[in-house]
Design a protein around this ligand. Structure first.
Ligand code: 5GP
Length: 143
């Protein structure tokens, strides 16, 4: 799927928003949801999505929703940093398959980086659910 096309209500993040598939949540309100990436590229890799918008990417998103997402991404990055004490943190998002996007519901990645630790592969192995729950609890406690 490229930059053109329509929103697919059956995408995995839409299912997470609707509660049809489980996720390890960090925080949410009526507008946004932050949760652990199930295939993390580093310890504490988390995602932020809108719960209301059907934007597939940053080009389509309503400015108000983008503002909500930006604020939530900062909140998440601060909590991840406070909780896990990484040496750096990557905030990123991809638009279109050639850019690396695999889930076509706009999302921001918060990826903590640790000195001397290589970044895991994008779309690598699935994390242990109990590890994700422990990390989410730690990050939530730092909100
Ligand atoms: P993208 O490649 O579209 O920028 O990022 C999609 C992200 O969603 C990837 O980092 C991938 O690991 C993550 N992901 C894919 N499927 C699931 C899932 O079912 N649950 C969770 N929590 N994350 C997922």
């Amino acid at each position: 799927m490229s930059l053109t096309g329509s929103y697919d209500d059956a995408n995995i993040f839409a299912k997470i928003v609707r509660g049809e598939i489980p996720s390890v949540k960090i925080f949410e309100d009526d507008a946004v949801l932050a949760f652990m990436d199930a295939f993390p590229q580093s310890r504490g890799h988390a995602l932020v999505i809108s719960k209301t918008s059907k934007a597939r990417n940053i080009l389509e998103v309503e400015p108000q929703v983008l503002a909500e997402l930006a604020a939530a991404t900062q909140k998440l990055a601060r909590a991840v940093t406070a909780a896990l004490k990484p040496d750096g943190v990557v905030v990123t998002q991809f638009n279109g398959a050639p850019a690396g996007q695999t889930v076509f519901h706009l999302h921001f990645h918060v990826i903590p980086r640790y000195e001397g630790e290589a970044l895991g592969r994008h779309g690598g192995g699935m994390a242990d659910i109990d590890d994700l729950k422990a990390l989410a609890a730690k990050i939530s406690a730092a909100l």
